[in-house]
Design a protein around this ligand. Sequence first.
Ligand SMILES: [Zn+2]
Length: 80
Amino acid sequence: MSGRVQCCVPFCRHTTGRFSPPTEWICGEHWRLVPKDMRRVYGRRKRAWCRYHHVNDGSACDRLWANLKRRATEAAAGLV
Ligand SMILES: [Zn+2]
């Protein structure tokens, strides 16, 4: 199916059609496994990133996202 984005946690089968263009996404179930502090930071930074969409702050965004993804994946695997 095109236009669906799959949760980036391995073996998770949740998808969303919310994004265009398709990007990476963590489903609600796995999002809850990410520490609250990290989610708050991401939510706050994301607002700024959206507002300054054309400002090239991709590296910081990518780093934070990679962190969130790792935590969600580890938590899902029972490592945390
Ligand atoms: Zn998931």
